[in-house]
Design a protein around this ligand. Structure first.
Ligand code: NAI
Length: 287
């Protein structure tokens, strides 16, 4: 299975276009599946712009960039997109119903031998595996934003994921120039189980009047050598996304230590979601 060449990425949003780009740059043939032509075009335009940046920074030649771009074909028809896939990576929105529908369709459309990977940040990989009808071949391949720059791939082994599939996905991640780390399926995996309670605690510090958002972030940057403070990071991730993941941890473990801070809930209710809305714990230029 290590000779995988044909990869389909489903969803060309923030994560999907980055995933398609890194596969193409590593020499894979990529089909990028979107729901509508305008989204497919938007994804391709983003990839072209980001490859152009790499050329400008001399991380890649013009020829390599053109070769990468030409190895991505964007389509809107799922069956055309996965008919020949050896690896399918799902990067559609974090909505269990949408993902359930997609995996149910995929099992009838992709070749029997295809590996299914999900980029979910919080939904149980084991549950998605059961929905896919091929639980031994489904695995979590959790990339980080921005995908072309972030080295980590959290490889999440579900309850029934076969060791061979895990091994293949580890090797493929290395081919992309990434560093895979294998973990077992559990709410929040490792990344969000450690990160989100820290962000939540930072929000509690503001909520209880212990410190301002600026002060909380300065402490963590200067004292703990974090490149970005937890509240700035929360704004970047999206406060709605942080709240959803905390709720997954809270419900998954039924442990009050994951209780989302009321201030986080209030910010989300107020539509102050961080960078994307222009305001969260800090303010940003409107997008
Ligand atoms: P996004 O909303 O930017 O992109 C999702 C894309 O999927 C949209 O372009 C949408 O048109 C498309 N889509 C929806 N249904 C589809 C379908 N049935 N077939 C094909 N395309 C479809 O979402 P984003 O941020 O890229 O997230 C995708 C996944 O990655 C989620 O599961 C999220 O939890 C996960 N993730 C997100 C990270 C982030 O920082 N944004 C980090 C790590 C994981």
């Amino acid at each position: 299975m290590s000779d995988i060449k044909k990869v389909s990425v489903i969803g060309g949003g923030t994560m999907g276009n980055g995933i398609a780009q890194v596969f193409a740059a590593a020499g894979f043939n990529v089909k990028l599946v979107e729901t509508q032509k305008k989204y497919a075009e938007r994804a391709m335009a983003t990839i072209e712009k980001n490859l152009g940046r790499l050329v400008a920074r001399e991380k890649m030649t013009e020829l390599e960039s053109r070769k990468a771009l030409s190895s991505i074909q964007a389509v809107t028809d799922l069956s055309e997109g996965v008919a020949e896939a050896e690896l399918v990576i799902e990067a559609i929105p974090e909505n269990p119903e949408l993902k359930r529908e997609l995996f149910a369709s995929l099992s009838g459309l992709a070749p029997e031998s295809a590996i299914f990977a999900t980029n979910t940040s919080s939904i149980s990989v084991t549950k998605l595996a059961a929905w896919s009808g091929r639980p031994d071949k489904l695995i979590g391949m959790h990339f980080f934003n921005p995908v072309p720059l972030m080295k980590l791939v959290e490889v999440i082994s579900g309850h029934d994921t076969s060791p061979g599939v895990t091994e293949t996905v580890v090797r493929i991640s290395e081919k992309l120039g990434k560093i895979p780390v294998i973990v077992n399926d559990s709410p929040g995996f490792v990344s969000n189980r450690v990160l989100m309670p820290m962000i939540n605690e930072a929000v509690f510090c503001v909520y209880e009047g212990v410190a301002t958002p600026e002060a909380v972030d300065e402490v963590m940057k200067l004292g703990m050598a974090h490149p970005m403070g937890p509240l700035r990071l929360a704004d970047f991730i999206g406060l709605d996304v942080c709240l959803d993941i905390l709720n997954v941890l809270y419900e998954g473990f039924r442990d009050p230590k994951y209780r989302p801070c009321p201030l986080l809930v209030k910010k989300v209710e107020a539509g102050k979601l961080g960078d994307k809305t222009g305001e969260g714990f800090f303010t940003y230029p409107k997008k």
